[in-house]
Design a protein around this ligand. Structure first.
Ligand SMILES: [Zn+2]
Ligand SMILES: [Zn+2]
Ligand SMILES: [Zn+2]
Ligand SMILES: [Zn+2]
Length: 109
């Protein structure tokens, strides 16, 4: 192997022929998601709502990974995805243990 040849930073075995647009890792064919232009590591951490951005947190209600633009921060450290937020009263009627979240959306003056 020539010195300028890079090895995939995920598996450490195959030749890296792609570069992840998010983390900049050099990865092989197998560890690259062509459609998204990201490596398999970032792809696992992508927002599960838009599938475009890296997630920052998980929705406290449905557990999906969410990015900043697809979520609403109800309280520091408490985030819900936009789809859940839009139907929050309904969604929470099925999740009584999370009903305390309701008080965070009703207080808009
Ligand atoms: Zn690889
Ligand atoms: Zn990456
Ligand atoms: Zn998103
Ligand atoms: Zn959600």
């Amino acid at each position: 192997m020539r010195t300028q040849d890079k090895v995939c930073e995920v598996c450490g075995k195959r030749l890296a022929i792609h570069k992840c647009r998010i983390c900049g890792r050099n990865v092989c064919e197998k560890h690259f998601n062509k459609r998204k232009g990201v490596c398999s590591v970032c792809s696992d951490l992508m927002c599960q709502v838009c599938g475009e951005k890296l997630s920052v947190d998980a929705c406290i209600v449905c557990g999906r990974l969410i990015c900043r633009s697809c979520s609403v921060e109800l309280q520091p450290g408490i985030r819900v995805c936009t789809p859940c937020y839009e139907n929050l009263p309904e969604v929470l009627s099925e999740r009584p243990e999370l009903s305390y979240l309701l008080r965070y959306i009703r207080k808009r003056h």
